[in-house]
Design a protein around this ligand. Structure first.
Ligand SMILES: [Fe+2]
Ligand SMILES: [Fe+2]
Length: 273
């Protein structure tokens, strides 16, 4: 039986997230015999957004596709990149006139791997199309190309994420959530063979709030006044993700395994991008 192993990292936050990712990605790839790597990069530049330079950084560090979410539009330069390249996704259910796409395929040792990025609507500000119906539309053409399909569902509510997991069970290989930056421990294979996990978690400072310094955010809770969010660059750092093994013939997952590394030796030099 031929299988592929896909490693996925949740929201990578700023320079600390990039540093802990870069330090461990090669060893994880070798240890788990990983064939393809996907990361969510929506927070990878200064905690919000992503630049073309950082997409290239990921690509130089074994990443095949970068997914994103609600922070994708932070830097104007990314719109041109989205138009010109298919290794960076924005959620598919944004209005059709937005640049870029939420769907791509790539070749991995002769196997076509499909990647889809969609965003939730519950407790989120953006007025997007229904992610469930969006997935139906996507699968109507993507399933003619491959059965090996990985979905990053960028959403806030656990119910919406679990709901989409069951809705897609047996039609995609994996549904993994992002956006909350808090790793869940509910990874499992659903009854029809789809690997599922509510949230992959983040890469960045352990003693932070979603990768950002905690003090301004607590201040905001206390005063309700606007504050500046700043990336926490003091260690220890965490790197969270998950890997899945997929049967290439059926597209069903055989195995799902959570990754969480705590690293006490990362120093970030302050040259924040
Ligand atoms: Fe995020
Ligand atoms: Fe997000």
């Amino acid at each position: 039986m031929k299988t592929v192993r896909i490693l996925f990292f949740g929201d990578i936050v700023g320079a600390p997230g990039r540093a802990v990712f870069q330090k461990h990605v090669k060893a994880l790839k070798e240890k788990h015999k990983i064939d393809a790597i996907i990361v969510n990069g929506e927070n990878s530049s200064k905690g919000r957004g992503i630049t073309p330079r950082i997409v290239k950084f990921f690509r130089h560090n074994y990443v095949d596709v970068v997914t994103t979410g609600n922070h994708i539009w932070r830097y104007r330069e990314i719109t041109e990149y989205l138009q010109m390249h298919d290794d960076l996704l924005r959620p598919e259910n944004y209005p059709a006139q937005c640049p870029g796409s939420g769907v791509t395929t790539f070749n991995c040792n002769g196997v076509t791997i499909g990647v889809v990025n969609v965003q939730g609507r519950t407790f989120m500000r953006d007025h997007l199309s229904d992610p469930f119906k969006t997935m139906d539309t996507v699968l109507s053409f993507l399933r003619t190309k491959t059965k090996v399909i990985f979905v990053d569902f960028h959403a806030e509510a656990t119910s919406e994420k679990i709901g989409l997991g069951f809705y897609l069970d047996g039609r995609v290989s994996a549904v993994v959530g992002t956006h909350t930056h808090v790793q869940t421990t509910d990874e499992r294979i659903l009854p029809q063979g789809t690997a599922f996990m509510t949230d992959a978690g983040m890469a960045g400072a352990l003693h932070s709030m979603l990768g950002m310094k905690k003090e301004p955010i607590i201040e905001n809770f206390l005063t309700q006044m606007p504050v500046k969010f700043v990336v926490e660059d003091q260690g220890p750092m965490i790197l969270c993700g998950v890997w899945v093994e997929i049967d290439v013939e059926t597209g069903k997952s055989l195995h799902i395994e959570r990754i969480k590394i705590v690293d006490h030796d990362i120093r970030v030099d302050g040259s924040e991008e």
